[in-house]
Design a protein around this ligand. Sequence first.
Ligand code: UDX
Length: 441
Amino acid sequence: MTHVDVAVIGTGYVGTTTSIAFAAWDHKVIAIDSDREKISKLNRSVLPFYEEGLEKRLEQYRGSGNLSFTDDLKQGIARCDVLFIAVGTPSSPDGSADLSYVEMVARQIGQMMDRYKVVVTKSTVPVGTGDKIKAIITDELKKRNLSFSVDIVSNPEFLREGRALYDALHPERVVIGCETETAKKVMATLYERAQAPILYTTIRDAEMIKYAANAFLATKISFVNELARLCEKTGTNIMKVTEGMGMDSRIGPQFLRAGIGYGGSCFPKDTTALLNLAREQKIVLPILQAASDVNQTQVTWFMKRIQRTMGSFSGKRITLLGLTFKPETDDTREAPSLKIIEQLLQNKAVVNAYDPQGMEHVKKIYPQVVYKLTPYEALKGADAIILATEWREILDLDWSKVKGLVTQPYLFDGRNALDPSAMRDLGYCYVGIGIGERGDY
Ligand code: UDX
């Protein structure tokens, strides 16, 4: 197999994992970032985020000589034929994707490139960004009186945090938006070892596919969360309802878990960006808008449910178990736990919290919360427990021991992750999401 020399610009979650995957497939990868401290850590195999087992793989591929890290963009661009842009596209205040990092990298590529290049966007970018990147690079080349050709490719990622390397190495599909045969050939070589179907599209279609996939998954979640509200009123059980729905292969069982809503770095940002893109085009997307609205209100809906059960929060000791937006990550961006803390504090509760990975981040936003090193410490004397993230460690607690530690047996499961009847048998007043009032006690 021929190897490709690849530069990956941006060493965040996506850039680092993509780099490791290409190195695993025996390509020669230089990962580049302007943040020197990050580079120096990566050169010692220290990751800027948490993912089980990833540092070991990083060490392995650095050792193999397939993967190196540098802050020297010029050297990276000179050595490689394929340049991946994997920098962040955060939300602008108006909800649109902020493309300033992507545009800056495009400018730098135009200022530094010394021959034909394939420039690939991995970052999630709105439709039309490929054209923008091409225009910026061509413009910079013109300023240097050069006219090397450049091919733009859109190759979106579909990585799940916490399982990003697995997803990168075993993709279900590879989407490649490219419009020249040369670029297509390079990309095919790059993904030869992925053993996944490759879908070739136009650049614009590939850009849209990424947003469409995330928006659809977010909509699936919001659909069941909306339905959960009705299940609760009608004495039906959303868990059984989604089990029955998911057995229909046209629906499928995934992303039908009702809970306190989706968070993280992708779904909230990407749905907002797509809604913004639609607004710019003067199109309304009522379904996606509703999915976003349901997600915005899901925590408040659950908190009202909790208050109906246990009364006012004022002066009560409430223990929050789980802070990250999902298990197996230290990411607390847009985590429902943050909204829960906000509402508890507003209502004068005393909040104790435990999370295996996310406490440091949340401490900076909410220093008033009492963070404990073990779940059992956090649960001592609690008037109520709210489970916000279904970490294995939390689900596997000795719930009978916990029962002896708490003052009141209220257990609010925001992820429907515990067994309601087992919890009720232990004497808890268990409330899940959309499990039906009649089954609550
Ligand atoms: C997601 C996409 O899955 C991935 O393909 C894309 O590249 C980035 O966004 P990620 O944000 O890591 O990945 O998390 P994911 O596992 O998809 O979960 C997102 C959120 O939805 C979490 O807060 C999770 O708790 C919630 N969720 C997920 C549900 O509430 N119910 C479900 O059934 C599934």
